[in-house]
Design a protein around this ligand. Structure first.
Ligand code: SF4
Ligand code: MG
Length: 325
């Protein structure tokens, strides 16, 4: 459903706009219909920029995104924004406190299905609310402050479902929700994927949530793909030192790393555009890592990694070579 090709996004920064911040660098991956792809990374990894480009809220600097084979820039916004729905991090920000939640639910139906009668609108809303585990008679007519964050996020998910989307892009949808309620929202997203065959892009900083919900995982660091593959592969056999670091922060996994890896991200100011972006934090870094950017290599058909530890000397082939065929 998506082909993302060599996507790069650079922002101008500084008072005179003389410096550049590279938010995404040469990002290439595909999403198939029905996938749940988790895009995992810390703040500053470029994951939200990627989400914004996929939502047509930002334009790439170079590279492209094909949606069902058509370049995003050529797709009609109105059609696209119906087929591709978003759920954001902060459910409170999506509601105007002085309006009843009904308004947020009716808006997309009035926008996209203006032939519907009031009764049809009510029935559709009732069905969507029931799908997300809410009752219409306990939800409609109330104001946002009468709900918990988890309930508001369910309402936002119901809103997304109302227009029959093909894709749901969820940017940190549970990070502001009580830990005890997160799993229910994840289960709900799982049901949406399984029962309605909606493709889900799940953006998170938390690899354990990614492993819970997705069939594919893409790990981003400083705007570059570090590792990408089937979830079981990435979770059971994490190859990239950064993925291993993320794994080690999941409590049940043994800590494989020493303190060196726990340097705060903010302390690394210079992005090394020549060599490996993870080099300042990597316990395995060698000279080549400083001077040569590793290519993405495929160690198995559904498992790619960008790290010199898995270069051609390991007998694998380069992604670049396969693109031509
Ligand atoms: Fe570490 Fe080098 Fe691999 Fe980068 S390329 S992750 S610095 S071993
Ligand atoms: Mg973000």
């Amino acid at each position: 459903i998506y082909e993302v090709k060599n996507l790069t996004k650079a922002f101008e920064a500084g008072f005179f706009r003389t410096s550049k911040i590279v938010a995404l660098n040469d990002v290439t991956f595909n999403v198939s219909k029905g996938d749940v792809l988790s895009i995992v990374g810390e703040s500053g990894s470029g994951k939200s920029t990627l989400a914004k480009i996929l939502l047509k809220l930002e334009k790439p600097t170079s590279g492209k995104v094909l949606y069902k084979g058509v370049d995003l820039s050529e797709i009609d916004n109105r059609r696209y924004w119906r087929e591709v729905q978003a759920v954001f991090q902060d459910p409170y920000a999506s509601f105007n406190p002085v309006h009843k939640v009904d308004r947020v639910l009716k808006a997309p139906l009035k926008n996209y299905f203006n032939h519907l009668s009031e009764r049809d609108i009510y029935n559709r809303i009732k069905e969507a609310l029931e799908f997300v585990g809410l009752r219409a008679n306990e939800t409609l007519g109330k104001y946002p402050h009468q709900f918990s964050g988890g309930q508001l996020q369910r309402i936002m998910i119901a809103r997304a479902l109302l227009v029959d989307p093909e894709v749901l892009i969820a940017d940190e949808p549970v990070s502001m929700i009580d830990a005890s309620l997160r799993i229910e929202i994840l289960n709900l997203l799982h049901d949406i994927n399984a029962r309605r065959r909606i493709t889900i892009l799940f953006i998170t900083h938390d690899l354990s949530l990614a492993s819970y919900i997705s069939n594919k995982i893409l790990v981003l660091y400083r705007g570059e793909i570090m590792e990408y593959g089937d979830s079981e592969e990435v979770i059971e056999n994490p190859l990239h030192p950064y993925t291993q670091l993320l794994m080690s922060s999941i409590p049940q996994v043994d800590r494989k790393f020493d303190r060196k890896l726990e340097i705060e991200l903010e302390k690394i100011e210079e992005v090394n555009l020549v060599g490996c972006v993870f080099q300042p934090r990597c316990p395995y870094a060698r000279d080549v890592c400083i001077n040569v950017k590793p290519k993405i290599v495929s160690v198995k058909p559904n498992h790619l990694v960008r790290c010199h530890l898995y270069g051609e000397s390991q007998g694998s082939w380069r992604l670049n070579d396969t693109r031509k065929s």
